[in-house]
Each structure stands twice: as C-alpha cells, then as structure tokens.
Write a protein that binds this ligand. Sequence first.
Ligand SMILES: [Zn+2]
Length: 147
Amino acid sequence: MKTPERVARAKELREQGLTYREVAERLDLKQPKNAWEWVNSEAVQNQNRKASGRKREWEAGECSQCGGRISDYRRHELCRPCSDEQKADEFKAKAQYYIKLREEGLTNAEIERRDGLSYNTVAVHLYRAKKRFGITAPRCPYFKASA
Ligand SMILES: [Zn+2]
C-alpha cells in the first residue's frame, strides 16, 4: 500500500544506496518499477525547484548524448532513440569490418577463428546487415584451397 510514510522510507533506502529492486523487496512491492515510481513521483513534480541540483536530475534520467529524458528506471546513459542509433552504427561498422576481411579473401570461418567468434557469427551478421541496411558482402570464398 502506498502511504506517505512508505514512500518516504523508499526514498530513504534509495538514498542509502539500495537499488530499486532492493527497495522493492524491502517494501514488498511487486516490481522495481513501483519503487522507482514512488521515489521519483515527487522528483518529477519538483523538477522546477532545482534545489538538489545535478544528482537528482541525473537520477530522473538525462541522455548523455541529446539531453533528452530517460523514462526507464534503470541507469541508462542514452535515451532509447540514441541508444538504437548507436547500436545500429555499431552493427553497420561491424558488418563493414567483416566485409573488408572478406574482400581480403578470408572466409567466414577464418574471420571467426581469427576474432574468436562462434560458428556462423559472421554469416548471420552479414545476412542481417543485408536485410536491414542493404549492405552486401562479396561472395564467401568457401572453396579456397587453404581453408
Ligand atoms: Zn538521446
């Protein structure tokens, strides 16, 4: 049950450094999300007061890239759109890296061995890169004598 006392207790535990999950467990809440709502409902209302400065702002969640609000209760550094974009960039960069190695004549298996990847990683990655971004790799030299 949500009472002002329990909400205050949740904040107190949070200030002592407990995670939202731990706060939720202490107070018998169903989910860490509930603890987050209790702790942050007032922080949102008090946003204009600015009294407690940066720390609170950061807890409310601010994207380190665009400064946008992060509504997730976990401690992400990037908001969802920025994080998706970053992941897409990383994904593309990796595909291009594999393609470069393929152009140098390596097979998927050789790339996997060289980079300590598990079987089929390169093929799956390149397949997805083709579907998502239209990136195409040169034909894998499966029949290369040295393979
Ligand atoms: Zn962002």
